[in-house]
Structures are given as structure tokens and as C-alpha cells.
Design a protein around this ligand. Structure first.
Ligand code: ZN
Ligand code: ZN
Length: 277
């Protein structure tokens, strides 16, 4: 009986500590670019691109320069992840520049990303050895990787609109076995594309999910969030630049959380990997 009471007290203490000291943080970079950190474990999603297509946010120069120089909080990046090859998510030039400046950092992306990097850097450039390229069809089983303090899973979710030629990847990354995030790139709101991976999404609870904002804009998207995201927080990205500086209005309009202003951030609660993993 006494040990049960002690255990209960310890549980209460640790959950109080967790509530007041969230170890994870997501910081917005622009469009679908996000920095996720848990202490000194850090990853970047869709962070190196230079095309706004006239309507999306670019990463502000001050942030882009700090990332390139590796200034805090952009120091000690463990890996970078790329959803797909479109210029508002990925551009080969700035990606190669970053990888040359940070010769320890691996990149996870599609074969299309690796091909674009090879074209930019040269087919025999040693940085290509740090590119982990997956060639996944939407119906393929998930792939998994583990590197340092990161556990990584990926499935392909078709790009919004009818663009089957674009490989769009949904990366799920767990930092320190505690903070899990999932980034959906430009996934479309088509139920069957998520339903077929239901087991994969259910397998690990996420602290945060980053879908494109259009998931809030239709019933199919909202149903997918409900059925499959399995996340404590949903933070929409890819909001057009017109919303920058008007985040509250955009969040009210779409009825969900959104990143609108580069530099803004959210605390992430731990979502520990369960024992059956
Ligand atoms: Zn796209
Ligand atoms: Zn896009």
C-alpha cells in the first residue's frame, strides 16, 4: 500500500514537471518549414527553398542566414527532411549550400530530391552520400530508419490535386524517444490515401502534426485529422503569405491552429513511445 502511494506521488510529481517544462518546441520558418527541437536534438522540415510562387511565405533572410551559419537555435541540426520537390518546399541550390556548410547533417527525401541535388552538386559530389532517398509509392508499406536520437518512419501520401508524378512524403520523426512530430508535405485530403496506412498512423502518438492548412477547409480533411493524425496538437502550415501578421484571424477563419508568422513557435508536450514499439 505504501509503495502504491509513493508511486502515485512520483507519477503526480513527474506529470507536474512535464506540464511545466515541456521539452519540445516547434518553430515556424515559412511556408511548410518547421524547426523541431527537444533539448539538443533538432530537425528541420522543408527549410531550404526559394520559390514563393507569388503567394507563399519564404524563410526570412535573417532566419535563412542563421540556419546557414548554424547559429542557435539552428545549431546542431541532426537531420533535415524534405517532403517533395516543389520549389516552395525545396530548392537544390540553398540545400546544397547548407549541406556543404554542415558536412555532418544527413538529408531524408525522395529519389526526386536526390536527383535534383545530384544535378545541382554534380553526380559524384560526396554530399550525395548523406542523402537518404526513399522511392515510395502511395501503396507501399512504411519505411523506417534510426539515426542517433531520431526514430524515423515515412509513407507516401499523394500530393493534393492530380499530381501523381510528384512523390510526396509524410515523415514522422521521434526525437529522444519522447517527442514525435509528423509532417504531411502537400498531401491531399483523400480518405483512402490515409485509410490504407491506418495502422502506421495509429502505431505512434504524435506530439504535433503539421498538415497543409487545406485540411481545415473541407470535411474530408477534418475527418482525416480526426481518424488518423493521432496527435496532441495539429498546427497547419502552408498558409498564404497574406495571413502573415493576421494569425488570429486566420486561425479563427479555419477553426484550428496555424503557423502564419516565421519565427513563431509552440511548446510540444512529450508523447513517449509506448512499450510495444
Ligand atoms: Zn507541392
Ligand atoms: Zn506547396
Amino acid at each position: 500500500m505504501r509503495s502504491t502511494t509513493l508511486l502515485l506521488a512520483l507519477l503526480l510529481l513527474s506529470s507536474a514537471a512535464l506540464a511545466h517544462d515541456p521539452a519540445g518546441r516547434a518553430t515556424y520558418l515559412g511556408n511548410e518549414g518547421v524547426l523541431v527541437t527537444r533539448g539538443q536534438t533538432k530537425v528541420l522540415f522543408d527549410a531550404f527553398y526559394n520559390n514563393s510562387y507569388g503567394q507563399y511565405t519564404l524563410v526570412p533572410l535573417v532566419i535563412a542566414k542563421a540556419m546557414l551559419k548554424g547559429e542557435a537555435p539552428y545549431d546542431g541540426i541532426d537531420a533535415i527532411f524534405v517532403s517533395h520537390v516543389h520549389g516552395d518546399h525545396f530548392s537544390a541550390g540553398p540545400t546544397v549550400e547548407y549541406m556543404r556548410a554542415h558536412p555532418q547533417v544527413p538529408l531524408y527525401g525522395s529519389v526526386q530530391i536526390k536527383d535534383a541535388l545530384a544535378e545541382e552538386a554534380g553526380a559524384d559530389d560526396p554530399l550525395l552520400a548523406r542523402v537518404i532517398a526513399v522511392d515510395l509509392a502511395p501503396t507501399d508499406a512504411p519505411r523506417s530508419f534510426s539515426i542517433g536520437e531520431l526514430s524515423i518512419d515515412v509513407v507516401a501520401i499523394p500530393h493534393a490535386g492530380d499530381r501523381p508524378e510528384i512523390q510526396n512524403l509524410a515523415w514522422r520523426v521521434t526525437l529522444d524517444e519522447q517527442t514525435t512530430v509528423i509532417h504531411f508535405g502537400d498531401a491531399g485530403t483523400v480518405a483512402e490515401h490515409f485509410d490504407r496506412h491506418a495502422e502506421h498512423f495509429a502505431k505512434r502518438r504524435a506530439s504535433a502534426a503539421f498538415p497543409p492548412y487545406w485540411f481545415y477547409a473541407d470535411e474530408a480533411g477534418k475527418a482525416i485529422i480526426e481518424a488518423h493524425f493521432n496527435a496532441d496538437q495539429v498546427i497547419g502550415v502552408h498558409v498564404p503569405a497574406a495571413a502573415t501578421g493576421h494569425g488570429d484571424a486566420a486561425r479563427a477563419r479555419f477553426g484550428g491552429d496555424l503557423f502564419t508568422d516565421p519565427g513563431e513557435s509552440r511548446e510540444l508536450q512529450d508523447s513517449p513511445a509506448r512499450s510495444e514499439q
